[in-house]
Design a protein around this ligand. Structure first.
Ligand SMILES: [Zn+2]
Length: 412
């Protein structure tokens, strides 16, 4: 058997199996009653609902993962990648447009196959548990905007990579790396003003107790904020959140309107303090550096495998091409990508604990952060007791119970 084919099929099946195993373990780790730390926000009914939500989400992701793995495996084995190549080549475009057509075609097929699951997730699952506020109109508009945006950004990225790979010999991977990093930094820079407003409305937080407290905290922590914005998250879901956007001086914080409704001013200050902690403790820079190194490693490895005839034989290809090589490499890279994401998630969970501790220290009130976390987990119906294997495999944030216990250690 072709070694590349063996690696790709084995890693697809292994990834699927790890997901199933993780769900099984977490389903078994559920407790009949909420842990005592959460008893005041999870009454019996809310707790039962959170467990039912966790199980229903697991079931949906198991069905969609199984479907995706099956379709991809069959497409590889049955020569689907070659078939698409023949169709796109028949259109008779030049090499660049053919490459864009091939990769765009694959992206479109995968988007269409995923659409029923997305629709069911939003209007079935999330609606059943009372989260969904997305109207069909918003859903359709979101998809159209997303598609246009992905087509623009994706075309620039793919065209750039193909041009570098074709014209610049053995150092092509270095140029690809630089290009991909610049493009992603550029996008992060323009996201708050150009991209995010396409999907949500951001309004400056009005004057009042909340803004005073947030500004006072930022001042005290020596943290420059270019703005505090309220985002209409309630347009899509009742779930709450907060996040930073932009880089350097253009950094602003966005608070979901749902978060403001749920929490009091001190709790929101704790949430801001946590986010400021990420910046002050260098987490954002470390994340960026990890991402840049990872991208570099990907392109270097890609340069080693891109022209392997065996890789093309694995997919039953009649023609070799740079664009198909890019796609096949992404699949070949699955096991390493999984290993890297486990590492990145482990670092990220450590950062979360550190940012919580920063919030507790700088506000002097760990109880505010604790009650903010409790409210968030109750309104989002988070599973309070995931199995450690699930945390290791999938979680970028520690489970809320672990965070509360770590914070409680600060109170005495
Ligand atoms: Zn965080």
């Amino acid at each position: 058997m072709n070694i590349y084919l063996a690696i790709i099929i084995a890693s697809l099946l292994a990834t699927w199996f790890l997901g199933v195993l993780s769900d099984r373990l977490s389903a078994k780790a559920m407790l009949p009653a909420p842990p005592k730390e959460l008893a005041d926000v999870f009454d019996e009914q809310t707790y039962a609902k959170s467990q039912a939500y966790t199980l229903a989400s697991m079931k949906l992701s198991a069905v969609s993962e199984t479907f995706n793995t099956l379709v991809l495996t069959l497409a590889i084995l049955a020569g689907g990648f070659n078939l698409l190549d023949i169709v796109v080549r028949a259109a008779g475009f030049g090499p660049l447009l053919t490459g864009l057509g091939y990769i765009g075609g694959l992206a479109l097929i995968s988007g269409v196959l995923g659409l029923p699951f997305e629709i069911y997730h939003t209007f079935g699952l999330e609606k059943r548990f009372g989260f969904n506020t997305t109207t069909p109109g918003t859903f359709v508009l979101d998809r159209i905007k997303g598609l246009v945006l992905a087509a623009i950004i994706g075309s620039v990225l793919v065209a750039g990579l193909l041009l570098f790979l074709r014209g610049t010999g053995q150092y092509a991977w270095l140029l690809c790396w630089g290009f991909a990093v610049l493009l992603s930094l550029g996008l992060t820079y323009v996201a708050p003003t150009w991209i995010l407003p396409l999907f949500n409305k951001f309004t400056p937080l009005g004057e009042g107790e909340l803004r005073d407290k947030l500004e006072r905290f930022a001042d005290k922590a020596g943290f420059e904020l270019s703005g505090i914005f309220v985002m209409d998250g309630s347009k899509r879901s009742t779930k709450g959140n907060a996040f930073f956007t932009g880089l350097g001086k253009r950094r602003r914080i966005a608070l979901f309107d749902t978060l403001i409704e749920e929490m009091d001013a001190d709790e929101i200050v704790a949430v801001l303090a946590h986010e400021v902690g990420h910046a002050k403790l260098g987490h954002i820079k470390k994340r960026l550096a990890m991402g840049i190194l990872k991208t570099g490693a990907v392109f270097y490895l890609m340069s080693l495998f891109l022209n392997s005839p065996g890789l093309f034989a694995a997919f039953g290809m009649e023609h070799m091409s740079l664009y198909a090589g890019l796609v096949f490499f992404v699949l070949l890279y699955t096991p390493l990508s999984l290993a890297l994401s486990l590492m990145v998630n482990a670092v990220s969970r450590k950062h979360e604990f550190e940012a919580d501790a920063f919030a507790a220290r700088t506000t002097g009130r760990p109880t505010d952060m604790i009650s903010a976390l409790k409210k968030l987990s109750a309104t989002n119906l988070a599973n309070p007791t995931p199995h450690p294997f699930t945390v290791w495999l999938e979680y970028s944030h520690p489970p809320v119970l672990a965070r509360i216990r770590a914070l409680a250690a600060h109170t005495n």
